[in-house]
Design a protein around this ligand. Sequence first.
Ligand code: PLP
Length: 434
Amino acid sequence: MGMHSFHYQNGSLHCEDVDLVSLADTHGTPAYVYSANTIRDHYGRLDQALAEIDHGIEYAVKANSNLSVLKLLVEEGSGFDIVSGGELRRVIEAGGDAGKCTFAGVGKTREEIEYALAEGIYCFNAESEEEVVFIDKVAGEMGKVAPVAFRVNPNVDAKTHKYISTGKSENKFGVDFASIDDAYARASKLANVRLRGLQMHIGSQLTSLQPFIEAVEKVAPLAVRLKDTYGIEFFSIGGGVGIVYDSALESGPTEWWSDQDEDQRPLTISQYAAGVVPVLKETGLKILLEPGRYIVGNAGVLLTRCLYEKKGSAKTFRIVDAGMNDLIRPALYEGHHDIVPLRESTGESSMVDVVGPVCETGDFFCQDRELPDFAPGEAIALLSAGAYGFVMASNYNSRPLPVEILVDGGEARVIRPRQTMDDILASEKSAMLS
Ligand SMILES: *Cc1c(COP(=O)(O)O)cnc(C)c1O
């Protein structure tokens, strides 16, 4: 879970064997850079940790949906958890199989349901009875039987940021635990759906084991009951395993974070497995996991260049060429990203705010943080930016989307070119008032 593919070598930060100083010079900034071997490694660790139970990994596409990232995971044998028809299209374009995809989300449209049915989706993970009734109707019209699971809301506190907590009764997600038996009973009477599984997902960036255990222990008996009554075949326990955002470089490849504060200490994947596997094994069901952040979060960085240092009366601002439109996590979730210069620090440091060029007060990457010195003209890296980074980028302030680069060993490949202003303007120009 550490960022072990990012390290200093000969005085400059490298991703695997690629020097990020020259990469930033060649491709410009802002630029997302991902490590292929970190992605493979995290996938493999999770797969290994679950080896003793029948399981499947459904990578949560929304965390990072670049076609080459998906392709790499197809090659590892991954299935995919999607939240839109667009994500299904991406999986298929990347060579993935709809028959290994689960379809989550509270607001699936007719078009999305038809598309997923036509492609042969493994299962719709439905979030309400109303949705299942509608899926039944659409499937009937198409002469198909739709595989369906309900997402149960176990009413467990994930103890994460309120915007990424999903498993409490007051959240919009899933069917209340108290109503779930009735929901299955009614759905079992529908002619065009087949009850295939049970799903839950209690939140994202969980850094303690206890909420996972609480949820699994609460829901496993229900899963067994549904297996006995309706013959369901899988129980998906969702994603949500947290990663290291603080001191990510130092945390390394090992699974020990003893020097971390209690609430910053990430959950290791072996602790996670040791906690949930014994309970899950007893169910006799196929267990699905939907990791997003765990697979790609620490596999990516955002490179940006310092434009100016502005010394105000109260603060020193380092203004960089990436903004909240490129990486919105700090503004949206108060997300922390470590910031390091690409040239290894000489040891000097100072207290600064690192801010972007966007016209919003929320456009900052850190405030009042002691950072190793870097000067205008120098490039820096925002670490742990592989998940919920590029996928949330926008054209706000008419800023083109950054380039995405995948590093594999000594090779760096552009997997999405930097957007141009011509790209941005094309559709508007053809539709412009004359
Ligand atoms: C977002 C999401 C995930 C992935 O969450 P991570 O915290 O990135 O692991 C998994 N399942 C569902 C249903 C989701 O919405």
